[in-house]
Design a protein around this ligand. Sequence first.
Ligand SMILES: [Fe+2]
Ligand SMILES: [Fe+2]
Length: 306
Amino acid sequence: MTAARAPRPAAAPDRDQVRKTAVRLLSSSSRNSYDPDLDIDWDAPVELDMKFMPLERTSLYGTKLWDRMTEEQRYELSRQELASVASTGLWFEIILIQMLARWAYHQDPQDPRTQYALAEIGDETRHVLMFAKAIARLGTPTYRPPNLVHQLARLYKATARGPALFAPVLVAEEITDRLQRETVNDETVHPLVRMVSRIHIVEEARHVRFAREEVARQMANLGFVGKIVTNLSSAIVASFVASSLISRDVYAAVGLDPDEATKAARSNPNWHESRRWMAEKIMGFLDEQGMLTWYTRPIYELAHLI
Ligand SMILES: [Fe+2]
Ligand SMILES: [Fe+2]
């Protein structure tokens, strides 16, 4: 086990710097936002004999089970897994909407940071609608995280504050962002999925910027105990979210045995590698902030985020 080896973070932004960023992000939001209802052609036909995400990023790619699957089943798995990622993203966006509203309740509404949080609630509301509509259009169910995770999330969204509020959000946003960036560039992926991803990437870039500055500012002001609580709770929440990305129900939808497929996915080095790749950038940032420590690294490793 290596000891904590976080590089010293660059000087943390102060409240005024984050305010300046918030002003800039607010102006970018008003100039460059989408209305998914109008900007997406929802009436275009959805052909099923296409990929819905890059096949090599699916949870079974590279396994013996994958070798036995027909091409049709592989495409179908990409459709169901994409729906599962979108469902988990949507679920976490609803959590974020509630947390941002709870945070804004305590802030001065004249502060640009508060105003940006409110603008972000608007973005996320449109994203939830967009993902819900996309899942419906793909003809897939809304996948839900396991009941235990659903219940634990109720506690998290009611109590999280400071960096423990923003850091797991960043992990959720940045891992899906990396997958979406690859999806947008893959011309063999279904155009509806690529359009939804494109809209999400543009708006998420602002959320990531804001949350990264808030995490850096707030981490610099935390005491010893506060840091331990924050680091631990962030690692646990982020790992639960990452582990909920692919529901085990997707396998039955593809005609596979859920037990066999879940086991194959859990021990699939290719899927582990994909998860580490999705988390690479955000884990670098958490390391800079001193959030990857001897007691949080094993949690992230267990979730294959590092
Ligand atoms: Fe979003
Ligand atoms: Fe977001």
